[in-house]
Design a protein. Sequence first.
Length: 270
Amino acid sequence: MRMYFLLAGMLLLASVGNASTVDTIRVYSASMKREVKSVVIAPAQTSSTKAFPVLYLLHGFGGNFALWITKVPQLKLLADKYGCIIVCPDGGYTTLYFDNPLDSSSRFETHFISELMPYVETHYPTLNERKFRAISGLSMGGFGAFFLASRHMNLFSAAGSMSGVLDLKPFSKSSPISKKVADSSCCSVNWDKFMAFNVSDSLQAGKIRLAIECGLDDYLLPVNRNVHKRLVERKIAHDYAERPGKHTWDYWKNAVEYQLLFFRKGWEAE
């Protein structure tokens, strides 16, 4: 009997895993004059399901659009479990997701906001309201998530960061990250805007929910602690967590589900 239930459970898990679909899409970027790839993971649709919330999940420094689904194939299960579409954009190798005024081939903010998001919301069954859009990412993608959310708060109700490069100042001038920074106006998180739209557990108009987490053995832990302290000082409500782990995929595989739990709470709020 015990073996029967074990096999039944495994078959159920397999059926759930096969329910979601994984697409690689190519969206032409007029801003960069080339096609840019993204992965879209869509959960299974039922007779009662018409549309889903969306999580835009950003990769880190040196990654690409396929890295999340390659390293964390269980995203297919999580899309079904949390009933959401997960979009993994390509943010370039070392772009920080902003429009670089010194490089016309690196205009990822424009591509993301003006080209990719409209494509996704036209071609997939998404709930096209601010409440049902979230953005998160790891490392460079954590910066990108907070950067884009702070500049487009009309589009996102929640933003998350896993081991995020949330402050560029500590990096030396010789680092690859600093070399991408043209000036502070083009590529910095607008913390004052988060403060102006101070948050609570309710999702009133203009409110945004923030979640930050980092591993205890991560080299970016001091940066994340400093940002947490800054948010506390400015009375900007947010979730903050430190868990065992390093700047590795073993940590992010675990962290992404905590992020989805956080976003799900907002999607289900009245």
